[in-house]
Design a protein around this ligand. Sequence first.
Ligand code: GLP
Length: 244
Amino acid sequence: TVYPNQQIASVQVAKRIADLIKARQTSGGKAVLGLATGVTPIKVYQELVRLHKEEGLSFKNVITFNLDEYYPMQPTAAQSYVTFMNENLFDHIDIEKSNIHIPDGTLSPDAVAAFCLNYEKQIEELGGLDMQILGIGRTGHIGFNEPGSAPNSGTRLVTLDDLTRSDAARDFGGKQNVPTKAITMGVGTIFKAREIVLMAWSQKKAPIIKKAVEGEISGDVPATYLQLSQHVEFVLDEGAASEL
Ligand code: GLP
């Protein structure tokens, strides 16, 4: 779906999330959301905060799982995805802290594998993700599933692509400070979500969106795997859609 601009598109995505939360409230159930970081979803989070503050949307029945976190990473660091989520969403809504899940960047190396398996298990025990929202990196990564990721991959420790580290350099005051690894949900984890919404804004994302939507399905561009899903929507502004 192509919207005239990012603001209008983000309000629509936020509305979809709010409708899901409200539908679950009505039936007495929980909404299980897969969340993303990066600049792409920021306006969606702003709109969710507005719906909470101005229209009384409650997040008491919401359980969240974030896609990824740098490794190693202290949660209190300015660049951590914990800090990002707190500042952009969690600090401003009434979600229960115990319902928030973000991969743990402080684990010792020998504890990572068990943590990842448990992350998958927690999602499964809740009946799976109702909705996963995604951005896209210029390498075609979703979460931190870089080129070479398998379609059935699960949550795991990965090595970041050079281009991804260059793109993150500004946040870290130089590429040399960007961690070389991350913990990410897998392509397979993302695929199990009942709905997947990938957002991209601006002409900067147009070449990778063209590859993701129209290119050959290949591990070289992990987002192309989404072509195989029946439950995915690409939500774009005119810039990001300009090469389609
Ligand atoms: C980061 C995140 C991804 C995100 C991507 C795009 O590396 N791990 O989940 O989709 O980069 O970032 P942005 O939205 O800032 O363009």
